[in-house]
Design a binder for this molecule. Structure first.
Ligand SMILES: Cc1ncc(COP(=O)(O)O)c(C=O)c1O
Length: 409
């Protein structure tokens, strides 16, 4: 038990907040107690610069074993030849790949932040956009990738890397087409599956590994592990560069306690129950999108193939920022999100992104998606005379029926 009363009190408040909130943030989830406890294990104390059996520090025999175990489980889960389990975050994983494959000022082609890409895919406020020369493809007027457009930009720009994989894209990604485009234009294909890795592991999303030179992923979204990331490849020489790029290139000592948690998460997600869970994530997302469309909302790309979708709020006359704040005041968490060709800046935005990984972990199903759609509709539609305290209580009474589980069967 933590003795520091101030910190303990904040931890308990956060725990209560999570229990009493409908969490529709597409990038969040509830990890198991095993994942959380491994993070606070004695591995937290250990320095282990280097890789298994080639460390700069002594006393690494069990560290080597735990990292070997995490690597083996990761490779088995994704059916891939090589895996680096050390990246502290998705951003550092992407940074390590760029530094492994290209030089500053080299050209990269990706989907921009305003169309559903991530900051590390070339945003001007991020190291990626500042160090490398990014061009962006876009989604079309239906909010869907246009592979002809991507090929034509790639032919013109001749990027060294093409990035596939996004933060707010609701449709399946055709990695085969991306690889054809990369091959035609002499580029590497980097697939960033941070959002969809749990669905990929469950074989509910087309496989990126067959077609990508290198794949990055966070471990804490649909994969339901600890906060952190991994880099994978089937190409030995690319992987060798990635290894050097992670350490000593962009990181020092790995977080061995987090590597232990990753090992647990890779095993948890390599199971029939996890595959069933992933199926439920997708059916919940589809059902919730349809239920909101039935209540008059417009959904970018008219639906979803995965765990998330973006509501275009223009016809409800409210910005993404205001909708996020309003829903938060009623104990519902969503993320404001830009919509294609958004006239608002990212901080304001015209849409909200909703995802179902976290609520599905609590056991909510399609019946409950109907109730959530009703909450969202009535909160946004009657916002001028809403009693947020009263609605909050209703939301809490609803969501408290679904505990956050310690173990997943
Ligand atoms: C597609 C994608 N890549 C990378 C990241 C970065 O992950 P992190 O927040 O761990 O740096 C995210 C996070 O949201 C993401 O959505």
């Amino acid at each position: 038990m933590i003795k520091d009363k101030q910190v303990l009190s904040l931890i308990n408040k956060e725990r209560a907040r999570q229990f009493e909130t409908i969490n529709l943030i597409a990038s969040e989830n509830y990890s198991s107690i095993d994942v959380r406890e491994a993070e606070s294990s004695f591995f937290i104390n250990k320095y282990a610069e280097g890789y298994p059996h080639k460390r700069y520090y002594s006393g690494c025999e069990y560290v080597d074993d735990i990292e070997d175990l995490a690597i083996e489980r990761c490779k088995e889960l994704f059916n891939v030849k090589f895996a680096n389990v050390q990246p502290h975050s998705g951003s550092q994983a992407n940074m390590a790949v760029y530094f492994a494959l290209i030089k500053p000022k080299d050209k990269v082609l990706s989907l921009g932040l305003d169309n559903g890409g991530h900051l590390t895919h070339g945003s001007e406020v991020n190291f990626s956009g500042q160090l490398f020369n990014f061009s962006h493809y876009t989604v079309n007027e239906n909010g869907v990738l246009d592979y002809e457009q991507i090929l034509s930009i790639a032919r013109r720009v001749k990027p060294k890397i093409i990035v596939a994989g996004y933060s707010a894209y609701p449709r399946n990604i055709d990695f085969k087409k991306f690889r054809e485009i990369a091959d035609l234009t002499g580029a590497y294909l980097l697939s960033d599956i941070s959002h969809i890795s749990g669905l990929v592991a469950s074989k509910l999303h087309p496989d990126p590994f067959k077609y990508s030179h290198v794949v990055t992923s966070t471990t804490h979204k649909t994969l339901r592990g600890p906060r952190g990331a991994i880099i994978m490849s089937n190409d030995s020489s690319i992987f060798e560069s990635v290894q050097k790029s992670v350490f000593p290139g962009v990181q020092g000592g790995p977080l061995v306690n987090v590597i232990a948690s990753k090992a647990i998460a890779f095993r948890e997600s390599n199971s029939d129950s996890f595959r069933k869970y992933s199926e439920n994530i997708i059916s919940n997302a589809r059902y919730l999108a349809d239920a909101l469309i039935a209540r008059g909302f417009s959904v970018v790309s008219s639906g979803t193939d995965n765990h998330l979708f973006v509501l275009d709020l223009s016809n409800f006359n409210i910005t993404g920022k205001d909708a996020q704040n309003l829903l938060e005041s009623c104990n519902i968490n969503v993320s404001k999100s830009l919509i294609p060709n958004d006239k608002n800046k990212p901080w304001i935005a015209s849409g909200i992104r909703l995802g179902t990984p976290a609520v599905t972990s609590r056991g909510l199903g399609i019946k409950e998606m109907e109730i959530i759609a009703d909450f969202i509709y009535s909160i946004i539609n009657s916002r001028k005379n809403i009693n947020t305290q009263k609605v909050s209580k209703e939301v809490i009474n609803f969501i408290k029926q679904f505990p956050i589980l310690d173990h997943y069967e």
